[in-house]
Design a protein around this ligand. Structure first.
Ligand code: PLP
Length: 403
C-alpha cells in the first residue's frame, strides 16, 4: 500500500537512533506515565540565541504565551526575553508571576471590564482592539485614579503573504482600521493616557523570508505614516511576528538571518523601539508528544496502531485545528528512529470518532504494543489548544526538560 509522506523531524532530533531529549531517553521520560508533552528548553534557548544574533539589537523579543502557556516553560522563557504578550486575564496572571508589568501587553478582542481593570491596576499595557474598548479603559483609569498604559492595535491594510492565518487586509475583529487610528491616538493623548505605541500583527506561520521582509517593511511604513498623521511618536512599535516552523512534507524553515538583515535596513524610518512577538517559532519544534501503543490491529488489509494519546491532547496533529487539508506531522517510533521502514500504519487515538487520527498511512519500522510513538513539532498549540475534556480521558502530562 502506498504510504503518505510525513513532515520533517526537527534537526535537533533527526539524526538520533534512539530518541533522547536533554540527554535522557524518551522511554525514561515516559516512565512516570503516558501520554505526555515533553518540552526541551535547550531547543528554546537556542532559538532565543539565534533570534538575538540574527536581529538588530534595537528589536526586543516578546513571547506570545498563547502558543504554550505551561507555567514552568513561561518562567524559563521569561528570564531570557524582553516581554510577554497575553490574550486573556488568565494568561496575564501567569505572565505577572514571572515578568514586570511594564513588559507585559494584553491583546485580544472582547476584553471585559474586569479584565481591563485588572490590567490597569497591574500596570500592564492594553493593546486596544476598538474605540469602544479605548473609552472603557479610559473610564476605568479615571475611576481608579491610575493612568492607563494603552497601545493601539492596528488592522493593517495589507496581509502577511503565504501565512497560515491571515490577519490583515480585510474586515477584522482584530485591531482598528488603519484610517481611524490617528484620531484615536490623538484622543488617548488628549485624555492623558500613557500612550505606548502601535501593535500591528499581520499573520502567522509564515515560512517565506521574502514575505516576512515585505510585511515588516510595510508595517514600519504604516507605523511611520500613522505616527505622522497622529502627530505623536510611538514609544514602541510591535511588528507582530508570524515566524513559522516546518510541519509538513516540503516545508522549508524560515531564513531568520535574511529577515534580520533586511530589518536592519528598514528600522530607521522611525526613531522608536521595536518588538517582535513570537509563539510557535520559539517553542514549536522544542515539543514532542509521546504516546504508547495500546493495540495493533488489522482491518481490510490496513494496520492500525492504537495509542493512548489522541485528538483530545493534540488536535493540531489530527488536522482539526485550522487546517484545510489533513497532512502528517513528523512522527517516529521513539526507539527505532534510524531503522528502515517495515510497514505502513495508521496511528489512531482512543477516542470514538474517526477524526482521532494522529498519522495517516505512514511508513515506519514495526512498533509493538508498549512501544512509544513520538510526534514532533508539538510544542505550540498542543495541550492548551485541544479539547481535553472530550470523552473524559485524563488530562495530558507536561514536562519541561533541560531547564
Ligand atoms: C497568536 C498570536 C501570536 C503568536 O503567533 P505564533 O504563530 O504562535 O507566533 C502573536 N501575536 C498575536 C497578536 C497573536 O494573536
Amino acid at each position: 500500500m502506498n504510504a503518505k509522506p510525513i513532515g520533517p523531524i526537527p534537526p535537533d532530533y533527526a539524526g538520533q537512533p534512539v530518541l533522547h531529549v536533554a540527554g535522557r531517553s524518551a522511554s525514561a521520560w515516559a516512565e512516570a506515565g503516558t501520554p505526555l508533552y515533553l518540552y526541551d528548553f535547550g531547543v528554546v534557548a537556542a532559538r532565543i540565541a539565534r533570534f538575538r544574533t540574527a536581529m538588530p539589537a534595537r528589536v526586543a523579543l516578546h513571547y506570545a504565551i498563547k502558543g504554550n502557556p505551561f507555567p514552568p516553560l513561561i518562567a524559563a522563557i521569561a528570564a531570557q526575553v524582553d516581554g510577554i504578550d497575553v490574550a486573556s486575564a488568565g494568561e496575564m496572571d501567569k505572565a505577572l508571576a514571572v515578568m514586570r508589568p511594564a513588559d507585559i501587553s494584553f491583546a485580544g478582542p472582547g476584553k471585559r471590564d474586569v479584565e481591563l481593570e485588572a490590567a490597569v491596576r497591574a500596570g500592564v499595557t492594553l493593546n486596544l482592539e476598538s474605540e469602544g474598548e479605548a473609552e472603557r479603559a479610559l473610564a476605568i483609569g479615571d475611576r481608579l485614579g491610575i493612568t492607563p498604559r494603552l497601545a493601539v492595535r492596528v488592522n493593517p491594510d495589507f496581509e502577511l503573504r503565504g501565512s497560515g492565518m491571515k490577519m490583515g487586509g480585510r474586515a477584522s475583529p482584530f485591531g482598528i482600521d488603519a484610517a481611524r487610528v490617528p484620531a484615536l491616538v490623538r484622543r488617548l493623548v488628549m485624555a492623558g493616557a500613557d500612550w505606548r505605541g502601535f501593535h500591528i500583527y499581520a499573520g502567522s506561520q509564515a515560512l517565506s523570508a521574502e514575505a516576512v521582509i515585505e510585511t515588516q517593511a510595510a508595517t514600519i511604513g504604516l507605523a511611520a505614516r500613522l505616527a505622522d498623521e497622529a502627530g505623536a511618536l510611538p514609544p514602541l512599535v510591535n511588528l507582530g511576528g508570524g515566524f513559522g516552523i516546518p510541519y509538513f512534507p516540503g516545508d522549508v524553515p524560515l531564513d531568520v538571518e535574511a529577515v534580520g538583515a533586511a530589518l536592519a535596513g528598514a528600522l530607521d524610518r522611525l526613531d522608536t523601539r521595536y518588538a517582535i512577538e513570537l509563539g510557535r517559532w520559539l517553542v514549536g519544534e522544542a515539543g514532542i508528544y509521546l504516546a504508547r501503543v495500546i493495540d495493533r490491529k488489522e482491518s481490510q488489509g490496513e494496520t492500525f496502531l492504537v495509542v493512548d494519546g489522541g485528538l483530545h491532547h493534540h488536535l493540531a496533529a489530527t488536522g482539526n485545528f485550522g487546517t484545510v487539508v489533513r497532512r502528517n506531522y513528523p512522527v517516529a517510533v521513539a526507539h527505532r528512529m534510524a531503522d528502515a521502514a517495515e510497514e505502513v500504519v495508521t496511528i489512531v487515538g482512543p477516542l470514538c470518532t474517526p477524526l482521532d487520527r494522529l498519522a495517516d498511512r505512514v511508513a515506519l519500522p514495526r512498533a509493538e504494543v508498549g512501544d512509544l510513538i513520538a510526534i514532533f513539532a508539538s510544542g505550540a498549540y498542543g495541550a492548551s489548544a485541544s479539547p481535553q475534556a472530550f470523552l473524559g480521558h485524563p488530562p495530558v502530562r507536561e514536562v519541561l526538560a533541560g531547564s
